[in-house]
Design a protein around this ligand. Structure first.
Ligand code: MG
Ligand code: MG
Length: 262
């Protein structure tokens, strides 16, 4: 069942999202050679808990041990923060984080480069970021879930990269994962209609070599099947009458819908 959120509920989700946006600003300068993903996780947990009523949403969710998912290079999602693998120049690391604030959830991810990264990695980050931007712009009342996936596909087309097929975005609210699923591929007009008051986590994951993934021995980390690089960008987005509102970004209230249409 798709649950619609009231304007005041969306404001509460925006407050959770603002903590995540501020956290990413703090994390970015800490993603440097020599840092470990456990360092980032410890910082993130303390930062989140320093806000009254906020808790790290991922910690303990389905038994996950970290406050962050930290996925390096070929790792797509759900990497466990670790002290064992210091970041090195040229790595890319996807950081996914959720916050629950007084019962309401936010979920966002970014892939950071560690120092100078190669041209292919730069392009991968750029394509994935632009795919998220295009998908967010399609999150308007009257469109359908398929329009979001179609926007990701259109933005990634021509890059030679591959959209991860088996992992999807989701509705979000009081729970991290609510209906509907938001695939990163689709046809315009397919799937549930997007309605004012829906809040969704849109999260394209794109890899350089293949869309196929495998689960690693730790039971959590998903990596590309061919160990090619993978990137992940995600925002929590409210669908409003005035257009998509990114709840985990800078607090500009409404994104332009001028690029709408097929
Ligand atoms: Mg996430
Ligand atoms: Mg998510």
């Amino acid at each position: 069942m798709i649950e619609l959120k009231s304007a005041s509920e969306i404001e509460r989700m925006a407050a959770a999202g603002a903590i995540i946006h501020a956290l990413f600003a703090e994390l970015e300068p800490r993603v440097v050679p020599g840092a470990t993903t456990l360092d980032l996780d410890s910082f993130a947990e303390e930062f989140i808990r320093s806000h009254d009523g906020a808790i790290p949403l991922f910690k303990g969710q389905y038994g996950f041990p970290g406050s962050l998912c930290t996925s390096i290079n070929e790792e797509v999602v759900h990497g466990i923060p670790s002290a064992d693998r210091p970041l090195v120049e040229g790595d890319i690391v996807s950081v996914d984080v959720g916050v629950r604030l007084e019962g309401w959830c936010g979920d966002s991810a970014r892939t950071f480069g560690v120092g100078n990264i190669g041209a292919q990695a730069e392009l991968l980050l750029d394509v994935t970021r632009r795919s998220l931007d295009a998908a967010v712009a399609a999150a308007v009342p009257g469109n359908h879930v398929g329009d979001i996936g179609a926007a990701v596909e259109k933005a990634a087309r021509g890059s030679g990269f591959h959209i991860i097929r088996d992992l999807v975005g989701h509705g979000i609210g009081r729970e991290l994962h609510e209906d509907p699923q938001i695939p990163n591929r689709g046809k315009p007009g397919d799937g549930p209609a997007l309605r004012e008051g829906m809040v969704v986590a849109i999260e394209p994951m794109i890899a350089t070599g293949t869309w196929r993934i495998r689960t690693m021995e730790d039971g959590w980390t998903m990596s590309t099947a061919d160990n090619s690089l993978s990137a992940h960008f995600e925002h929590t987005v409210a669908i409003t009458a005035r257009g998509p509102r990114i709840l985990t970004g800078p607090s500009a209230p409404v994104t332009s819908t001028l690029e709408m249409g097929s």
